[in-house]
Write a protein that binds this ligand. Sequence first.
Ligand code: UT7
Length: 336
Amino acid sequence: MYNSKISGLGYYVPENVVTNDDLSKLMDTNDEWIQERTGIKERRHVLKEGGDTTTSMGVNAAKIAIERAGIDKDAIDFIVFATLSPDYYFPGPGVLVQRELGIKTVGALDVRNQCSGFIYAISVADQYIKTGMYKNVLVIGSEVHSRGLDMTTRGRGVSVIFGDGAGAAVLTREEDTTKGILSTHLHAEGQHAEELSLIAPGMGKRWVTDIINDNDPNDESYFPYMNGQFVFKNAVVRFSEVIIEGLKSNSLEATAIDMLIPHQANLRISQFVQKKFGLKDEQVYNNIMKYGNTTAASIPIALTEAWEAGKVKEGNLVVLAAFGSGFTWGSVIIRW
Ligand code: UT7
């Protein structure tokens, strides 16, 4: 058995900054409400014409991660891509990344676990490395939310929160099993699937010919729906549970945490978790103020920024945790 370690990290965000004031020109909202409820000051949106896609942003982040891992792209054995906003309904972006990077015919897997997507993707990659099947796995989380949001007052409870961006990590075999990824824990509760969901397009209820002919401007099923307060209440409980589960499985206490990188869902959720574990401000990395909630991309973007700023150092105990649509949630415990 081996462990896996994160040998390279990268992120990419579109250059187009959208402030809370910009949004208040499109819908009945305001900077004060958004900052008070979520902590968000601005987010990035891809440009309307041309510009970035989920795949292209993932490729940009991946190139940086591969370079920092100090390997050639042809040393990548497998690709795992997490997103809820793929370029195409199918195929998923994993194969598109393979094509864009010009990587030989290695496998490419797409993960659909929304805000927990990167945690699930890391867990998958880690298992392949642990068993010895692969040595280097490229893991990407990337999202384009802005093209799919309801930018009217009707959608304000959701559309002010989400932003676009991508992050990537290269996981590499680590012979020393006291280092690298120590554990991953994954959970789901499908009972609440529709509480944070995008129902259409989907084959669950309609024929595609009806969808094409319908063209109903009042059909909200094409926009994401979130029961905000219900999601919030579940998030704070599940975040805490799964961090404790990860720590316990390694016989560690919360006092051992050097850096917590929570999925950037809402600054209030991160602050609740910080308080629960008695962590200082410098032990929790948040960047939701700049990027909003970028779903599967939020943890790799935050982890990359924290690493670039020297806040994640060799020997540190780093905890990643996420909760989101599904519901799904999970944690990763890393000895850096
Ligand atoms: O990443 C995946 C997991 N996602 C999360 O964890 C998100 C969890 N939920 C949340 O973060 C919060 O529930 C939200 C930030 C989404 C909403 O905050 P809230 O404090 O739960 O607000 P609310 O939905 O209860 O809405 C309060 C009021 C409502 O007005 P009334 O009914 O009190 O008159 C909303 O219509 O705020 C109104 N409102 C807004 N007002 C201005 C909702 N959205 C907006 C807006 N601007 N953008």
